[in-house]
Design a binder for this molecule. Structure first.
Ligand SMILES: NC(=O)c1ccc[n+]([C@@H]2O[C@H](COP(=O)([O-])OP(=O)(O)OC[C@H]3O[C@@H](n4cnc5c(N)ncnc54)[C@H](OP(=O)(O)O)[C@@H]3O)[C@@H](O)[C@H]2O)c1
Length: 249
């Protein structure tokens, strides 16, 4: 049976690598864009040419109506949502003292409430068939905090906790819930940080000696989405080149 995966934020970066990987593995793939419609359509075109079942949709994940509209469209097009990859997120670099209430609210809305609403709206499909995969892309920031991204780090820490709760409630119904926590990955999101002195120092201290490629995160998502990962739930899988070990820095 061909499963349908929905990946949020597939227009670039890690999401794009996940879209490619799951399409190549034979999943039907729905993915979203918000501002980068052209690159999303280009990716859809490229993968469709190869014969893969791929379609992109618009999503503003801080709005319930947009989430509902997305799920309705994906269900009409592919028939179901079996695997949800909550990848889309925003980031913002700012010293703690300058973070405003609006900054905080927006960050939590996009990075936490978005995945919450997406999980709520896709669960009915998974519950009906007693099979599902929820994979939330969190961050090392959610594990060890952040200097210039306190609100981002807090949103990602809460996403790990949401992952745990969903695992507690729904794993008995065949739905696993896991988080993947990258360290530093070569994408638009990390581009600025990697030009700063602090960013360069961070890279120097990575035991593997380099930042990750988006494909290295996609490989872990692919495993968690598979049948083989049926007994893994409530976990945070670290893809950080050794930046953070299980028992501390
Ligand atoms: N890059 C890193 O070093 C790193 C490290 C740890 C964790 N992560 C996490 O990995 C995930 C992917 O990161 P990335 O580096 O690939 O990010 P990215 O290159 O900045 O791409 C972000 C994606 O999210 C979408 N998006 C942003 N805001 C949205 C909103 N309000 N509603 C719907 N979609 C929205 C964007 O869509 P459009 O482009 O169409 O606007 C884009 O596809 C994120 O959860 C991030 O926090 C990244």
């Amino acid at each position: 049976m061909l499963r349908t995966a929905l990946i949020t934020g597939g227009s670039r970066g890690i999401g794009k690598a996940i879209v490619k990987r799951l399409a190549e593995e034979g999943y039907k793939v729905a993915f979203t864009y918000r501002t980068n419609k052209e690159s999303a359509l280009e990716l859809e075109k490229q993968l469709s040419k190869k014969g893969y079942g791929v379609k992109c949709f618009y999503l503003e994940q801080s709005e319930r109506e947009s989430v509902k509209e997305l799920i309705k469209s994906v269900a009409e097009y592919f028939g179901s949502v079996d695997i949800l990859v909550n990848n889309a997120a925003m980031s913002q670099e700012k010293p703690f003292e300058t973070i405003t209430d609006d900054d905080w609210e927006k960050m939590l809305k996009v990075n936490l409430q978005g995945p919450f609403m997406l999980i709520q709206e896709t669960l009915p499909f998974m519950l009906k068939q007693k099979w599902g995969r929820i994979i939330n892309i969190t961050s090392i920031g959610g594990q060890w905090g952040g200097f210039n991204q306190v609100h981002y780090a807090a949103s990602k820490a809460a996403l790990i906790n949401l992952t745990h709760s969903i695992a507690k409630i729904y794993s008995r119904y065949g739905i696993t819930s896991n988080a993947v926590a990258p360290g530093l990955v070569e994408t638009d999101m990390s581009a600025y940080e990697l030009t700063t002195e602090a960013g360069k120092k961070k890279v120097e201290n990575i035991p593997v000696g380099r930042v990750a490629k988006p494909e290295e995160v996609a490989a872990v998502v692919s495993f968690l989405a598979s049948e083989k990962a049926a007994y893994i739930t409530g976990q945070t899988i670290n893809v950080n080149g050794g930046m953070l070990f299980s028992f501390g820095v």
